[in-house]
Design a protein. Structure first.
Length: 188
């Protein structure tokens, strides 16, 4: 059967009206060119933007997560407290705290917010810039309802008492009937 097909083609080609010289046309060359060029262009159009993106990340140093990070080592030294200056500073701080007292404290609630006016005495020989005061609000049974620490930024000259007013402590419950105050810390 294969022989018959081949024989038919021989007959067709030997026909006098058919041109025996088949030339490779331009159409065949173009199709071969397109056959290889189109996939190459597809791959290039996919690879070039990815390479560009990676270069931008490299240029702006966004690939640092790939580098190993240096291991942080810490060294701890134990200092004898008797040799430390901290002990001396703590002693001076306690001495300074004992010399700062609150002589008067008046407060009232405005819309649930406690507003205080107080007189602070600085009996020390140093100028004090800030005072941290602890406010303990008491109920009718003298139990503590809430406690807050507020930093008062007011200059307190040495050996004088200073009146400070308009200190807002924040929201307090309506069941509060009293307030105990205590100086917690001072700042120079």
């Amino acid at each position: 059967m294969l022989f018959c097909i081949f024989a038919e083609r021989q007959i067709v080609f030997s026909h006098p009206n058919v041109n025996k010289n088949f030339m490779a046309g331009r159409r065949g060359k173009k199709s071969k060119f397109k056959k290889y060029l189109v996939p190459v262009l597809k791959w290039l159009s996919a690879i070039i933007p990815v390479c560009g993106f990676i270069y931008i990340l490299y240029y702006y140093k966004q690939l640092d997560f790939l580098n190993k990070k240096a291991v942080v080592t810490s060294k701890t030294e134990v200092v004898n407290p008797s040799d430390s200056l901290i002990a001396i500073a703590d002693y001076n701080k306690e001495k300074l705290l004992s010399s700062v007292k609150i002589l008067e404290n008046e407060w009232h609630s405005v819309g649930g917010i406690a507003i205080h006016s107080m007189t602070i005495e600085n009996a020390s020989s140093t100028n004090i810039k800030t005072v941290e005061v602890e406010f303990k609000y008491l109920s009718a049974t003298q139990s503590v309802v809430t406690s807050k620490v507020v930093t008062i930024k007011s200059a307190l000259p040495p050996k004088k008492s200073t009146k400070v007013s308009g200190i807002s402590v924040g929201y307090v419950n309506n069941s509060v009937v009293g307030c105990d105050i205590k100086v917690v810390n001072v700042g120079l």
